[in-house]
Design a binder for this molecule. Structure first.
Ligand SMILES: [Fe+2]
Ligand SMILES: [Fe+2]
Length: 134
């Protein structure tokens, strides 16, 4: 899988984090296909949920310091996905994770990065840093 080249946004740190997300997803996919122990699958899903949250915090901080006008909408997308990942991780304790779950995560990442993340990066490039009032 790996991070598809068309999803590069051109900000090194953000591209690296997106790459990490796809790496973890690839590992998870391999485990689900290989019928790994449920606990290994659970921990990979949990790792993905954790790293996703960290990545979202970084993006939201970046948008905030630039006063990005679409911040709330973007944050809502992040929040919904984080909640869904937490549900999926909780579910993974009770039943096997299916390949459709992997497909859902991949689709979300591709769509979100390809549209919403690319949009904020393009916008931020045109905006000055907000300087806090003394
Ligand atoms: Fe992102
Ligand atoms: Fe995002």
């Amino acid at each position: 899988m790996g991070l598809p080249a068309e999803l590069l946004v051109g900000v090194h740190e953000i591209d690296e984090q997106h790459g990490m997300l796809f790496d973890i997803l690839e590992k998870l996919q391999g485990m689900v296909k290989g019928r790994n122990d449920w606990s290994a699958v659970y921990f990979a899903l949990d790792e993905l949920a954790h790293f996703t949250r960290t990545h979202f915090v970084v993006e939201e901080a970046l948008m905030r310091v630039h006063d990005y006008p679409e911040l709330e909408q973007h944050r809502a997308e992040h929040r919904l996905f984080s909640e869904r990942l937490a549900q999926l991780a909780a579910q993974a304790v009770r039943e096997d994770v299916s390949l459709s779950v992997i497909g859902f995560i991949e689709d979300w990442l591709v769509n979100h990065i390809g549209a919403s993340d690319k949009a904020y990066v393009a916008c931020l490039r045109t905006m000055p840093l907000r300087v806090a009032a003394a």
